[in-house]
Structures are given as C-alpha cells and as structure tokens.
Design a protein. Structure first.
Length: 65
C-alpha cells in the first residue's frame, strides 16, 4: 500500500492477477462473510461519499526503435 503525500487521504493498494477475466471471476465469488466484512469496514469511512475505487491496467506497448 502507498499513500499520496499530496493527498494524505488517498491510499493506493494493488493486487496483481493474471487477467481481467480472473479479476472479474474473483469479484463474482465474494462470499457473504466477505461482503458483511466490507460493510463493517465501510462504517469507519469519514465523508459524505463512498470511497472511490479505480482500476489501473498495465499496457504493453512496443518500444520505440
């Protein structure tokens, strides 16, 4: 996990999976216990809006010759 020094409330956490399809598969299989835990964790959030979740993908571009 890393924190943005320009925005101390912004924390970036990353997980690496083999493909976007694998990521989607994992999120479809969230167990009820995990969903309940996520709800409990959200009660600690401060602010009117829910935390923003963003997804970043690696891009393999050909190198310039």
């Amino acid at each position: 996990m890393i924190e943005d020094p320009a925005d101390p409330g912004k924390i970036v956490e990353w997980f690496m999976v083999e493909s976007w399809a694998e990521y989607v598969r994992q999120h479809k299989r969230v167990a009820n216990a995990d969903a309940d835990l996520q709800g409990k964790v959200l009660t600690f959030h401060i602010g009117p809006d829910k935390p923003v979740v963003r997804h970043f993908l690696t891009i393999n571009r050909p190198s310039a010759a």
